[in-house]
Design a protein around this ligand. Structure first.
Ligand SMILES: C[S@@+](CC[C@H](N)C(=O)[O-])C[C@H]1O[C@@H](n2cnc3c(N)ncnc32)[C@H](O)[C@@H]1O
Length: 328
């Protein structure tokens, strides 16, 4: 049990090597002795011993390799931390002060009360999205972390889940689309479609322009833009069933008869570690939850969606593409 509670240091050591630029240093030149790494981090006053201790702890977790003479190099896991690969955005988000403070308050959610997430308990009653809208640094970290996983997944989804996108004509609306990278990828691969990226006003105001994509700001709890199809990725898992139903009702209103809803989410299976971890992340960060296949079917059917089907992709993100149709 002590080793489990001491494992809290690992994400912070990942943050430490990222802040020190070590993944990029070893990406340029490797293997390097820890004295050489330290000198490249801070040529004027290096502390090689601290560098060695940080790296050796990560090596014990199979991140980086060390040879007996103190030379370090990348392995498959550590090489994902180089800045060009962007996994570091997720590490920086998870180890940021507002997120760490949230994990420390999870127990309070079990006591009842009005808070929907541990994030609110820890961050002066603000939800994650309210906090992000007032804190540019946190918002940038959040966007970078989300877009890294989304871009990877969308490459696989548009190529492999063709059934979900083929046959859609006209306008596809990405509800909670962030900066619009997902709908941009859909429109790139299915150029007969026009895309609308819908998100909170402050989010779309900071979004880049993409050809064929119109950004629309608003609140999905009040309404969403009309379209021939609606796409929603990693949105519903942010919310409890009551809030999901409100979003789905607005999607239903925005679709024509037999209009298509394409939802991308993880499917909870207690045998799989990652969706269970993600379930706790949702609980802490925003008050949402992951759902099993049955729960997704029931949720969508409860708001008038039928002919529900799921497809897997080869992406290792464990997200599935769920198709459903507005049933009148
Ligand atoms: C987890 S992110 C997913 C972003 C994007 N779909 C993706 O997968 O890359 C959830 C998105 O929902 C948006 N969102 C949160 N509350 C919203 C609201 N009330 N109306 C519209 N969008 C909202 C957030 O700003 C965020 O971009």
């Amino acid at each position: 049990m002590a080793s489990i509670s001491n494992a809290i240091t690992t994400p912070f050591l990942l943050k430490a090597v990222i802040c020190l630029g070590i993944p990029d240093i070893l990406g340029r030149e490797s293997p390097l002795h820890y004295n050489q790494i330290a000198a490249k981090i801070n040529p004027s006053d290096p502390n090689p011993d601290v560098v060695r201790r940080i790296l050796q702890s990560l090596v014990r977790n199979k991140i980086f390799c060390e040879d007996p003479s103190g030379f370090f190099s990348h392995n498959n896991l550590s090489s994902t931390l180089v800045s060009s690969k962007n996994i570091h955005a997720m590490v920086m988000l998870q180890t940021s002060q507002p997120m760490v403070a949230s994990y420390s308050e999870i127990h309070k959610l079990a006591l009842g009360g009005s808070h929907e997430s541990a994030f609110e308990v820890a961050n002066e009653g603000k939800s994650l999205y309210q906090y992000a809208s007032h804190n540019l640094g946190f918002s940038k970290m959040f966007r970078a972390a989300i877009s890294e996983t989304s871009e990877r997944f969308m490459v696989a989804a548009t190529r492999e889940a063709r059934k979900a996108f083929e046959g859609i004509k006209g306008v596809i609306v990405d509800v909670g689309g962030g900066h619009g990278a997902c709908v941009h990828k859909i429109v790139q691969d299915y150029p007969h479609l026009k895309g609308i990226n819908f998100d909170l006003p402050d989010v779309v105001a900071a979004a880049p322009q993409y050809p064929g994509i119109e950004h629309v700001g608003g609140d999905m709890f009040k309404g969403v833009p009309s379209g021939d199809a609606i796409f929603m990725k990693a949105v519903l898992h942010n919310w409890n069933d009551k809030n999901c139903k409100r979003i789905l009702q607005n999607c239903y209103k925005a679709l024509p008869e037999n209009g298509k809803l394409v939802v991308v989410e993880e499917v909870l299976d207690p045998a799989e570690e990652r969706p269970v971890d993600m379930d706790i992340l949702m609980l802490a960060a925003i008050g949402g939850k992951e759902r099993s296949e049955n729960e997704w079917n029931e949720l969508l059917a409860s708001e008038g969606f039928a002919n529900i089907s799921l497809s897997l992709t080869s992406s290792n993100d464990l997200q599935v593409v769920i198709e459903a149709y507005k049933c009148t």
